[in-house]
Write a protein that binds this ligand. Structure first.
Ligand code: NAD
Length: 492
């Protein structure tokens, strides 16, 4: 390993190699070829970054909000200009198709755009004469040094759920990206370097658990945003909160979708195939379970099996490919094992994506679309997040039975329904135990000006990512009650 194939950290406005010999390989999941190496930064790197952030904060906080957003306008422009290059990097490190990579960057850019409205979004409110001659004001002030820890499946979009809001509201921000997909983040920070932020305002520390623990324990860090699996979300939430930090931790998912007999079948199948198999099922808003109601059992099952079997799997930079590999050999093994668990629990494998290879990419971590029928609602497969291109089918007699299946699980990231009945849709919207609900939508991803609202085991905290929630998360409210006695103003 030479310096040419090692990634660096961006601390205090400088690119620097981490003070460690511990590096992980960054592997292209379509080819299994090592592309570079990422440092497992020690706690000392976090300490240096926090000191730089704390030093930058007083001046950044005093910079007027209208000036603070100017670098974000530049960031938007640079992201647009480098869209193709960044999308190719994401496909190569993450496996998703080029179109999916472009889509994630566009969703990230939306957050930059929304954060450019901070001068309005972070306004407080006030009342004159709350008592005679006394006025009261609420101001929003930044917290100070804040951080985010992000997962592998959206290397750029998820950091952008947080970073623009944190910086625009006057905080200094440290990102610890996923060690599995650090290359697009590295390139992103090379763009950040050009937007004119003062040193220490925005920093990148690569690494794994040691770096995360150092963030969780550092007394100067006021708030941490996390996105990843539920066990890690719980750990991070509890350790950060025990250290007195403001926390928002988004966890895993197992998203059910109800298919009513009156749904438009072609639309439902097309959208569901993208929801279940798009990004190789590695979206936290992927459909994982389809609950068919009544006659939809036969029609949907047959059409979905055809859609699963015909999806083109391969290297995501090839134009006709509709689905790429999963992130790693471990992931492939885990997903294939879980399909076996479902089979042992009595499900029928209608379309089997195990042990399949893509010609020319035989070493890649490919799992083909898989459809399991008759999955037991209380079994291990039905309770476990698969995070792969696997759709489980369950069947219900009516909408009430379907809603009971939807609500009988621990996660609450997303629930959807396909129907042409307004009454069924309204009932579902009202009753579904999930924070993001889709009606004739397969991936109910909120736009940047709405919160990303997972519930239950999918979220730990109060304020969610994006939009107004992001502004509230990164600011603390100060209320000022003010009296200026009349006699003091007589001189005027
Ligand atoms: P992960 O939990 O393994 O890792 C996420 C981050 O936590 C990484 O940066 C990693 O370095 C760090 N980490 C991992 N183990 C840690 C530990 N023991 N201590 C401290 N830090 C640790 O998740 P992943 O595999 O990268 O991402 C996939 C998961 O993320 C899935 O469960 C998916 O549902 C979830 N996800 C959720 C959302 C959401 O909005 N709810 C969005 C995207 C992904």
């Amino acid at each position: 390993m030479t310096n040419n194939n090692k990634l660096r950290n961006f601390i205090n406005g400088q690119w620097q190699y981490a003070g460690t010999e511990r590096y992980l390989k960054v592997v292209n999941p379509a080819t299994a070829v090592t592309m570079t190496h990422v440092p497992l930064s020690p706690a000392l790197e976090v300490e240096t970054a926090v000191q730089a952030a704390a030093a930058a904060f007083p001046e950044w906080r005093q910079t007027p909000a209208g000036d603070r957003i100017q670098p974000l306008f530049k960031l938007k422009m640079l992201l647009e200009e480098h869209l193709d290059e960044l999308a190719r990097l994401i496909t190569n490190e993450c496996g998703k198709t080029y179109g999916e990579s472009v889509g994630e960057i566009r969703r990230g850019i939306e957050n930059v755009e929304v954060a450019c409205g901070i001068p309005s979004l972070m306004q407080g409110y006030n009342n004159e004469d709350i008592a005679r001659g006394i006025d009261e004001h609420m101001f929003r002030q930044p917290l100070g040094v804040v951080a985010a820890v992000t997962p592998f499946n959206f290397p750029l979009m998820i950091p952008l759920w947080f970073l623009p809001y944190a910086v625009a509201t006057g905080n200094c921000f440290i990102l610890k990206p996923s060690e599995k997909v650090p290359m697009s983040t590295q390139r992103f920070f090379e763009l950040v370097e050009q937007i004119g932020l003062p040193a220490g305002v925005l920093q990148l520390v690569n690494g794994g658990k040691e770096a995360v623990d150092a963030l969780l324990d550092h007394p100067a860090i006021r708030a941490i945003s996390f996105v990843g699996s539920t066990p890690v979300a719980k750990y991070i939430y509890s350790r950060g909160a025990a250290n007195g930090k403001r926390m928002q931790c988004q966890g895993g998912a197992k998203n059910p979708v109800v298919i009513m007999p009156d749904a438009d079948l072609d639309t439902a199948v097309r959208i569901m195939a993208d929801s279940a198999f798009g990004c190789a099922g590695q979206r936290c808003l992927a459909a994982s379970v389809a609950v068919t109601v009544g006659a939809a059992q036969t029609t949907f099952t047959e059409a979905m099996a055809a859609a699963a079997a015909s999806r083109k799997v391969g290297y995501g930079l090839e134009e006709t490919v509709q689905m790429g590999p999963v992130i790693s050999a471990d992931s492939k093994q885990r997903i294939e094992h879980l399909i076996g668990v479902g089979e042992q629990e009595g499900a029928k494998v209608l379309v089997d994506g195990r042990q399949r290879a893509v010609a020319g990419y035989e070493d890649g971590y490919f799992v083909f679309p898989t459809l399991l029928d008759g999955v037991h609602p209380d079994g291990e497969l039905a309770r476990t997040e698969i995070f792969g291109p696997v759709l489980s089918l369950m069947h219900a007699r009516d909408i009430n039975e379907a809603v009971a299946l939807v609500n009988g699980r621990a996660f609450g990231n997303m629930a959807c329904i396909f129907t042409s009945s307004g009454a069924a849709a309204r009932h579902f919207r009202y009753a579904a135990d999930a924070g993001n609900v889709g009606i004739n939508i397969g991936v109910a991803a909120p736009l940047a000006f709405f919160p990303f609202s997972g519930w239950n085991e999918s979220f730990f905290g109060d304020l969610h990512a994006q939009g107004r929630h992001g502004v509230e998360f990164y600011t603390q409210t100060k209320v000022v009650v003010e009296r200026w006695p009349q006699e003091w103003s007589r001189q005027f």
